[in-house]
Write a protein that binds this ligand. Structure first.
Ligand code: PEP
Ligand code: MN
Length: 343
């Protein structure tokens, strides 16, 4: 990581360091912060001669070397002070809540509009709604691009920023063009490195964020953070880690709830953690306890499925969506606990 003496390097300086690092098989990736731009050396940065040459440049303050598979997302990185603000909430400063339907029903948009209003009333900061759905059963509803219009209309009506899952490159571009702020990577694609790279490239120069679910298999902490690094390596570090339960499942739950991974993540990365209790447990009755447990474990936020009328929903909603009443209570309790733990 190159820290210049000034807030950012001049083009001729970037050209000079690019020339140096390319000679050692590396590349330079600017990470643009609000005030200062730092420059990640992407590649194997262990060559002493390369470091010495960079340190010899009079416009370079210092070179930070982090031997980590995720040097941008690493807690020791110069990005550790980077903060994400979504829906008026700076993650880490107050509990951030995304809520909404698992799946938008394109035949019944009114449900989604009502859910969006209810979610806002309940105190959520962002709205979720599945447009394209990864379904285990290939014969069930797979989502519909028409739902993207419904999602954006709900965003306009409520003023809430939105989150939706993208599963392929075409979805990324459609979602960004429509104005989706947060792209979700689902548990099934969490280790799909070409998708992660495509997202990283697409949002490199944009203020968008990514909600990266933990892979469905019980993978190690480093694997999860390294997946986030794939996105950040293109220049946009706005990645939120989202534990959502793993397999093998815990008897009776949909997955093995993994909100307890949060302190382990926080030991290694500065990335915010937003836990999804809905997919962790898979039943509406168990979701509030899992949400509170996540807050107790130090989560910065929650991603909760909710529906004005769960029984009329499609996708996961009939099983695991909270009603507006249950969501309101869960958010209030989660915020109270979050504040209590920090008082
Ligand atoms: C979802 O958020 O509706 C979803 C499919 O999530 P996951 O990828 O965690 O299963
Ligand atoms: Mn779902």
């Amino acid at each position: 990581m190159i820290l210049p003496k000034s807030n950012r390097l001049q083009p001729d300086q970037v050209a000079e360091i690019t020339h140096i690092v390319e000679g050692f098989g590396c590349k330079i990736q600017p990470i643009v912060g609000a005030v200062r731009t730092i420059y990640a050396i992407v590649g194997d940065e262990r060559d002493e001669l390369m470091i010495t040459r960079l340190e010899g440049l009079d416009y370079v303050e210092r070179i930070d070397r982090i031997q980590s598979p995720f040097k941008l997302m690493d807690k020791r990185s110069d990005l550790a002070t980077h903060r994400l603000t979504i829906g008026g909430v700076t993650l880490g400063e107050e509990l951030f809540v995304i809520a909404g339907q698992c799946t938008i029903d394109p035949k019944n948009p009114e449900f989604f509009y009502e859910t969006a209003h209810a979610v806002k009333e309940a105190g959520a900061n962002a709205l979720r709604g599945g447009v394209w759905k990864p379904r285990t059963n290939p014969y069930t509803f797979q989502g519909d691009t028409k739902s993207l219009e419904i999602l954006m209309e709900a965003s306009r009506r409520t003023g809430l920023p939105v989150d939706t899952e993208v599963m392929e490159e075409s979805h990324i571009h459609l979602a960004l063009e429509a104005g989706v702020g947060t792209l979700q990577v689902g548990a099934r694609n969490a280790l799909n490195y070409s998708l992660l790279r495509a997202i990283g490239k697409a949002i490199a120069d944009r203020p968008n964020a990514v909600l990266l679910k933990r892979s469905i298999h019980m993978g190690p902490v480093n694997e999860f953070i390294s997946a986030a690094e794939y996105i950040a390596a293109f220049g946009n570090p706005n990645v939120i880690l989202c534990p959502r339960g793993t397999t093998p499942t815990l008897d009776g739950y949909r997955n093995h709830p993994d909100e307890s991974i949060t302190p382990l993540l926080k030991e290694k990365t500065w990335a915010p953690v937003v836990v999804d209790p809905s997919h962790s447990v898979g039943k509406a009755a168990y979701v509030p306890a899992c949400a509170l447990a996540a807050v107790a474990y130090g989560a910065d936020g929650l991603c909760i499925e909710a529906h004005v009328k769960p029984s009329a929903g499609i996708g996961d909603d009939p099983k695991q969506a909270l009603t507006p009443e249950a969501l309101t209570k869960t958010i209030a309790q989660a915020r109270a606990l979050w504040n209590l733990l920090r008082s």
